[in-house]
Design a protein around this ligand. Structure first.
Ligand SMILES: NC(=O)c1ccc[n+]([C@@H]2O[C@H](COP(=O)([O-])OP(=O)(O)OC[C@H]3O[C@@H](n4cnc5c(N)ncnc54)[C@H](OP(=O)(O)O)[C@@H]3O)[C@@H](O)[C@H]2O)c1
Length: 265
């Protein structure tokens, strides 16, 4: 039994999860106990639908699962405030970037712990969840929470959580930055800002939908729209040439992974 789920920190990511679960009917709001000193709209909406928001301490003992969803900088303080109130059999699932399972397990007095690196698209049940756990019960619990709203990927080495942060957790921002840059390039070619944003956004959403729908490899889809000697090929010579997208993304991901390691140390 995964429920009730105690959510420590119902901010952007906690709120996104609640939204996704509600969308697909994975967990009823009445299965959720929320603890957040500054609840956002998602938490308040869940409370209106039956979740218990900042209830008396005794209620926390009911929680079968604890989802740690506060900022990494304050995870220890958030954990210490609740650990004496939890039942011994509670299982912990943490999404705090960079915080190792050994430290989490110690702070939660040896309870089973899973780490997850999610993306905010869990709100639309289209997220990605990279999961690491040393105990099977914790891995199962993480899957129970995330499978309804994400493509879950198991990692067999905790060291890879930092890599998952660099290529998945942080990656929606890379794509948004790409869209901003392409819109700016469209404007530089004289297209009005509104038309540029419509054109670029619809093109990217359509391309992602084709990738999803056809199941083709991205390289194959790229070949299909690249005629020899044509316009796309001219652009790709720049994008995929020396100093182009490949070395640039390699450097960007390395910077994210380095930062994830620094935050976790
Ligand atoms: N957002 C993402 O895309 C993303 C992706 C992957 C992983 N994550 C991870 O998700 C976690 C949360 O990130 P976020 O972006 O959702 O942060 P956030 O929006 O700041 O949400 C955290 C919430 O926790 C509240 N809080 C502060 N102290 C607390 C305490 N002692 N007990 C309970 N709640 C407390 C915060 O309130 P205040 O506003 O008053 O501080 C805030 O509402 C982070 O550890 C991050 O590494 C986020």
């Amino acid at each position: 039994m995964s429920v009730p789920i105690l959510i420590l920190g119902a901010g952007r990511m906690g709120g996104a999860l609640i939204e996704g679960w509600t969308r697909v009917g994975a967990f009823a709001p009445s299965d959720l106990i929320l603890r957040d000193p500054n609840p956002g709209l998602g938490a308040l909406g869940a409370e209106a639908a039956g979740a218990r928001l900042n209830p008396p301490d005794a209620v926390l003992r009911e929680a079968a699962t604890v989802l740690l969803a506060v900022k990494p900088q304050i995870w220890r303080q958030a954990a210490e405030a609740v650990v004496p109130l939890l039942q011994p059999g509670a299982v912990v699932v943490s999404i705090a970037a960079g915080v190792p399972t050994a430290q989490l397990s110690e702070a939660f007095f040896g309870r089973p712990v899973a780490r997850v690196m999610p993306t905010t698209a869990v709100a639309l049940a289209k997220g990605v969840a990279s999961i690491f756990a040393t105990e099977e019960v914790a891995a199962h619990r993480a899957h129970a929470l995330f499978d309804p709203v994400a493509t879950s990927v198991d990692l067999d080495d905790e060291g890879l959580m930092d890599a998952a942060t660099g290529v998945s957790g942080s990656a929606p921002a890379y794509l948004y930055a790409f869209i901003e840059a392409l819109e700016a390039a469209a404007e530089a070619q004289g297209i009005a800002p509104e038309a540029a944003s419509q054109m670029v956004r619809a093109t990217l959403i359509g391309a992602a939908a084709l990738l999803d729908h056809t199941g083709e490899e991205p390289a194959e889809l790229r070949r299909q729209v690249t005629s020899p000697g044509g316009t796309t090929e001219a652009a790709l010579k720049v994008l995929m040439g020396e100093g182009g997208l490949w070395p640039l993304l390699d450097r960007a991901v390395s910077a994210a992974v380095t930062r994830a390691k620094e935050l976790g140390s």
